[in-house]
Design a protein around this ligand. Structure first.
Ligand code: NI
Length: 135
């Protein structure tokens, strides 16, 4: 039996959307308020979905304690209360849009999960704006 299990998490982080190959005028036109040179913050909400076969011995797809610890190590420790542009390796060159943050979370968790498990990540930048990977 295949089933999906979910774990929610939360982090606060600052960012600035800025493409260094563009002029200030173009950055302002495309990114608007999110281009604010002094950065701004979001309360990000994360939903991690892991799908797989139920292990007949444990009755688990994945022990949620393990998933909780993985999210803590790969997401909260890296991003919570950080400036994503300045304080993280993941966004040194990648613009920290919700799309890219969601993808990097997926990538960082994916490498820590067993191959037989499927992973999907949904990231809310605001209560009404959210993204999901894989699409
Ligand atoms: Ni923003």
């Amino acid at each position: 039996m295949r089933i999906a299990v979910f774990r929610k998490a939360h982090f606060n982080a600052a960012h600035r959307l800025f493409n260094p190959s563009w002029s200030d005028e173009k950055n302002d036109a495309v990114f608007g308020l999110c281009n604010n040179p002094n950065y701004h913050g979001h309360n990000y909400e994360l939903e991690v979905k892991v799908t797989g076969e139920v292990d007949p011995e444990t009755g688990y797809v994945i022990d949620l304690k393990i998933l909780k610890d993985l999210i803590y190590e790969e997401v909260e420790q890296k991003y919570d209360h950080k400036n994503l542009n300045l304080d993280t390796e993941d966004f040194k060159t990648l613009i920290p849009t919700a799309e890219h943050i969601c993808y990097m979370i997926w990538k960082n968790l994916r490498k820590r999960l067993e191959d037989h498990l499927d992973l999907q990540v949904r990231l809310y930048e605001t209560p009404r704006n959210f993204v999901e990977y894989p699409a």
